[in-house]
Design a protein around this ligand. Structure first.
Ligand code: MG
Length: 196
């Protein structure tokens, strides 16, 4: 397997029901057999507008979070651990994004989102987010009740494992890194048949 180098530009593409719904330029902070860390800097992204359980279109979105977001993903895990910072640079929270294991693509990294998220404050207080979306997906027949239950169980497993702090809370991007272009590169929306 070829790993990506720190500073390399990639696209982090989030899919739902096999379709793109969020495409964000990222910069690789670390990539190896045990961990992939990608920083999503402020800038232009594509995001869905419309109904994720029905139809949607992708439009431009300006991603403004001053310090960006750092995504840590371990191969095979069914979640990524996102890191958020306040505008003043202090650490704000972890965010467990439940998702299918990452796939490597020509553009970067793709994953199928599993809707449920958990926001975890530095003092360990947590709350689930988007439980209503999981319910709605079941009601719409997009998820079976069994799949929804499995997603919730995975959330419970992560809460039990407490994979924080990660050691990346004081991480900062290399000031020498080139920022991504304003426009996404050609092929940003091409879905290929993918292998791990
Ligand atoms: Mg999510």
């Amino acid at each position: 397997m070829t790993f990506r180098r720190p500073g390399e530009h990639v696209l982090v593409r989030q899919l739902f029901r096999g379709r793109l719904w969020n495409v964000t330029p990222g910069i690789v902070a670390r990539d190896g057999p045990e961990l992939t860390a990608v920083w999503l800097p402020p800038g232009t992204a594509k995001a869905a507008t419309g109904d994720l359980l029905g139809d949607w279109a992708l439009g431009d979105r300006i991603w403004k979070r001053r310090h960006g977001i750092l995504r840590l993903t371990r191969p095979g895990d069914r979640y990524s651990l996102l890191h958020f910072w306040h505008d003043d640079g202090s650490f704000q929270a972890w965010y467990v994004n439940l998702e299918q294991p990452h796939r490597r693509s020509a553009a970067g990294f793709d994953f199928e989102d599993e809707l449920l998220d958990i926001w975890v404050e530095p003092d360990g207080k947590w709350r689930r987010r988007d439980e209503d979306e999981v319910e709605a997906a079941v009601a719409a027949g997009v998820y079976t009740g069994e799949r929804a239950a499995e997603i919730r169980r995975e959330g419970e497993r992560v809460l039990e494992a407490e994979p924080w702090p990660s050691g990346w809370e004081d991480w900062r991007p290399d000031p020498g890194w080139q920022p991504p272009q304003q426009q996404l590169p050609p092929g940003w929306d091409a879905l290929e048949s993918q292998k791990l």
